[in-house]
Design a protein around this ligand. Structure first.
Ligand SMILES: [Zn+2]
Length: 883
């Protein structure tokens, strides 16, 4: 350690994290176990001392309500023999800066005016990294979290490893951490935009371990019941071991995580979020379980399509109790297992139901779940024996940097198969080709596509044909043809929300190594701008951001471009002409301040323009609209607007079935106007509110022109022209003839003047219809005809419909003259023909005594199976041609 060469120490407001392409932690890379055992011993004493005199801490917490973005500082060290080119230095610097600026936006804390000091003098190292004495004497200025970044050469496929090394007992959050980068890995990689995007996710992943996602830090998470750390003694309250399908598994069951997963999977019986149960000690129990949450950032291994920083990590960071604000607006959407229910969570691919997340067996060739590529299904070391489609790099539609160079795919020209590789390209089931040579290639294509803002429509752009296709329905089949030639077909995505969510996670050009991607928009690092952050600015403002002025009506977006609109989670600040972040509790807001919420995040509900988790007395959570809704009058506690659990006794309400009755009001009123006991506003059971009189009437006593509506428990007015209706406003029984209304079916129509052969007509707003006919014409379905059509018979000068049984009839509806094709006539009645193998005997169909029927079906089944087998062979051939 004494050979360290100091590269640069940046005291910026930045932070970071890491891991690797295939497996995230590695036992040999950073020995955490020993360290944490020692730290835990020392920390016990420190927490004890702090807690002895807790008033100081309480005072600090009360006096400082204001929170500020987390300031992350870091030092990078390398040893003499560690060669780093200038280009690599820039690459790694940008990785760290980007990851830390992400967490700086995500997390806010209360600040102290003291330097961030490493108080573990007894240890003098941060996860094995020797700390210079300044850091535990004077400390680091303007820092909430300080990280030591260093390098190591390792042949393993690991990218990085990280952990916290000190949790401040006074601030009760991690204040120091270490990141170790694998220099062999960073020297080896092609530093493309996609590679940066993946490495950034690795650094973000590692940083999240430092910020609280590790079993080592769970002892220090704050128990909301006591406001104290759980400690080793109580950590079992949130970290549980159990057996699930013969596997020993661990679950995190802290409050927000449990609420989130129940809502996400749609299963109210889940007790905790499963942690990875496979892999080494450093992967196992330190990540989300792969099979129930595959493409999450905190999955046990990276995957080719990348990981999503999702609401699961938000819930976890909230549950640590370390961070005062965790801004859910920085989370990206995830769909794996969403709304799939308890079966999915418990049994994954082994469940009785078939899920799109998994294939039945290894070796199936298809588009991947996210649609970002295609590939062959395989069971990975973490997927609990479930086969999942994993694209290789050359099978990734979004891997434009590598794949645009390739001219052929599976021995066929890319152009011929109309492949397109870009950050806007996704995998579709399709067999299109320019010259129909596609028969030897499997039915998948990478095609450029776009979702509309609502995610209700997918547009596909085929450059080779200069053609645009629009998917309006999920799973729709679109024929690709231009009037001269047919090129094949494209099948629209099976689920638009899932398909479109991928566009939220992948930004243009992966933000060109200069920013991170949230909900499809790049957030550029200081000094860069453009929708893909590819341009560096000529002029910087005091904060190091590009100086930019927008024309009237436009606003500066997070990617420092001028747009007419702001992205989701932002509102237009008319004064500064900037898109400003909504309050962290709102998912949508419209200004003038950041707290004018329009929509809320998953576990919160809109109430008077703010988002709350508890709607308060007299309200319930309307989950469908994510709003707080008032309980019925006089109710203190309810879970919907139909059933009250507790009535407001203090104000004279008593329980009345599922409702509350105001005891002050007249007998039949459930509720009434204030101080007017006979002016009802709602009625007791079996009575209906007559709003005109504010009285309650029994079922048959609603005023004329009204009916008693069971659901609303009110007298509801019948439709116009109707004097008497029964079950609904348009279920009319008599019409107002004084105003020329007449009853047809159960509706009232107004008679109007009309032309021959109609004598009188009805106005039903859409068209004019006959009510009566002139002489020698007969009324049939509101038309006047000279002769009844087939299927109608003449009765009292009107053509009436025959029964469904007859094709034609006379005098009576079921007095048949002829029968439909599948029936035959006998004694003016129509009978069904007998099934194959049966004969008609005395009005019944009976089995024919001898039959060859069984033999026929058997043969048919056999040939169907042969077809399947041939298909399988074809698929295998496709695969071979791909390799
Ligand atoms: Zn990890």
């Amino acid at each position: 350690m004494n050979k360290l060469v100091f590269i640069f120490q940046v005291i910026t407001n930045i932070v970071f994290a890491i891991e690797n392409t295939s497996v995230f932690e590695n036992t040999q890379f950073l020995d955490k176990n020993n360290y944490y055992q020692n730290v835990d011993q020392i920390m016990k004493q420190k927490y004890y001392e702090i807690n002895k005199n807790n008033t100081q801490r309480e005072r600090f917490m009360q006096q400082n309500s204001q929170t500020y973005p987390l300031r992350i500082t870091y030092d990078i060290f390398r040893e003499n023999d560690q060669q780093i080119t200038e280009e690599l230095e820039v690459y790694i610097g940008s990785l760290l800066d980007t990851a830390f600026s992400y967490y700086q936006s995500l997390l806010s804390v209360k600040q102290t005016d003291q330097n961030n000091t490493f108080y573990l003098k007894e240890l003098n190292n941060c996860l094995g990294f020797l700390i210079k004495s300044d850091d535990f004497v004077t400390g680091i200025e303007e820092s909430d979290l300080h990280l030591y970044v260093s390098f190591k050469y390792s042949d393993s496929d690991l990218i990085a490893s990280a952990g916290h090394c000190y949790i401040d007992p006074f601030l009760q959050r991690p204040t120091f951490g270490r990141i170790l980068l694998n220099l062999s890995y960073f020297q080896k990689i092609n530093r493309t935009n996609l590679q940066f995007f993946r490495d950034l996710q690795s650094i973000m992943h590692e940083t999240l371990h430092i910020l609280g996602f590790s079993t080592a830090s769970m002892n220090y998470w704050i128990d909301p019941e006591t406001n104290e750390p759980y400690t080793f003694k109580n950590v079992h309250k949130i970290l549980k071991q159990k057996m699930l399908n013969d596997r020993e598994v661990s679950e995190i069951s802290s409050t927000n995580i449990v609420k989130t997963i129940r809502e996400y999977y749609g299963c109210d019986s889940i007790e905790g979020m499963l942690l990875e149960n496979q892999g080494s000690d450093y992967t196992k129990n330190q990540h989300w379980e792969r099979s129930i949450l595959m493409n999450e950032l905190m999955s046990g291994s990276s995957n080719p399509e990348g990981g999503v920083f999702s609401l699961f990590n938000i819930a976890l960071l909230r549950d640590t109790g370390f961070w005062d604000v965790v801004d859910e607006n920085l989370a990206n959407p995830i769909y794996w297992g969403k709304n799939q229910g308890c079966q999915f969570y418990e049994n994954k691919c082994q469940a009785d139901l078939k899920y799109d997340e998994f294939e039945d067996i290894d070796g199936i060739f298809d588009c991947s779940y996210t649609g970002e590529g295609f590939g062959v299904s395989q069971t990975d070391p973490f997927s609990d024996d479930c086969p999942i489609i994993y694209p290789t790099d050359s099978q990734l539609c979004i891997n434009y940097e590598q794949n645009q160079q390739i001219n052929e795919i599976g021995n066929i020209s890319q152009n011929n198969l109309m492949f397109n590789f870009s950050t806007q390209s996704r995998c579709f089931k399709s067999n299109i080709s320019i010259d129909n040579s596609a028969a030897s290639f499997a039915d998948v294509r990478c095609l450029k596509s776009y979702c509309n803002e609502e995610g209700t429509q997918v547009t596909i752009q085929i450059d080779q044909l200069q053609m645009i296709l629009v998917c309006k329905e999920e799973g729709q089949t679109l024929l690709v043809e231009n009037g001269i030639k047919t090129y094949g077909k494209v099948i629209c995505p099976k689920s638009f929300p899932r398909f479109c969510s991928s566009f939220q996670n992948i930004c243009p050009q992966f933000c060109s190594k200069n920013g991170y991607c949230v909900k499809g928009k790049c957030h550029c690092n200081k000094g860069f701008f453009g929708d893909d952050c590819s341009q560096s600015c000529s002029e910087l403002n005091e904060e190091g951001q590009c100086t930019i002025k927008c024309p009237p009506g436009q606003y500066i977006n997070p990617d420092i471009t001028c747009q007419n609109d702001c992205p989701q989670g932002y509102f237009k600040n008319v004064q500064t002409k900037t898109c400003e972040k909504c309050h962290f509790s709102c998912s949508k807001c419209n200004g003038p301040t950041n707290q004018n919420c329009l929509d809320c995040h998953l576990l919160s509900y809109l109430q008077n323009n703010t988002c709350v988790t508890d709607c308060g007395e007299g309200y319930f959570q309307n989950k469908q609209f994510q709003k707080c809704q008032k309980c019925i009058e006089g109710c203190l506690k309810c879970s919907n607007d139909k059933i009250c659990q507790e009535c407001d006794g203090q104000n004279g309400y008593i329980q009345y079935g599922n409702l509350c009755k105001n005891t002050f009001c007249d007998l039949q009123c459930l509720t009434c106007e204030q101080d007017k006991k006979d002016k009802c506003t709602s009625c007791v059971q079996n009575f209906y509110l007559d709003k005109t009189q504010q009285t309650c009437q029994d079922r048959n006593n609603c005023p004329q022109g009204y009916y008693s509506d069971q659901e609303k428990r009110e007298c509801v007015e019948c439709d116009e022209g109707c004097l008497q209706c029964k079950y609904s406003s348009d279920d009319c029984q008599s019409c107002d003839e004084t105003k020329n209304y007449t009853l047809f079916g159960n509706k009232c129509f107004q008679l109007i003047n009309c032309f021959s052969p109609c004598k009188t007509c009805l106005d039903d707003s859409s068209s004019i219809k006959c009510a009566t006919c002139i002489n020698n014409y007969y009324l049939q379905e509101q038309e006047c005809v000279e002769q009844c059509s087939i299927g109608y018979y003449l009765h009292e000068n009107k053509c009436k419909k025959c029964s469904q049984n007859c094709e034609s009839c006379i005098n009576f509806p079921d007095n048949c003259l002829s029968c439909p094709q599948d029936k035959f006539l006998s004694n003016s009645k129509c009978y069904s023909k007998c099934m194959q193998g049966q004969i008609w005997v005395n009005g019944f169909c009976i089995d024919r005594p001898v039959t060859s029927y069984n033999l026929i079906t058997k043969n048919r089944a056999l040939s169907a199976r042969n077809n399947q087998f041939q298909l399988l062979i074809l698929c295998l051939l496709f695969l071979i041609s791909l390799i």
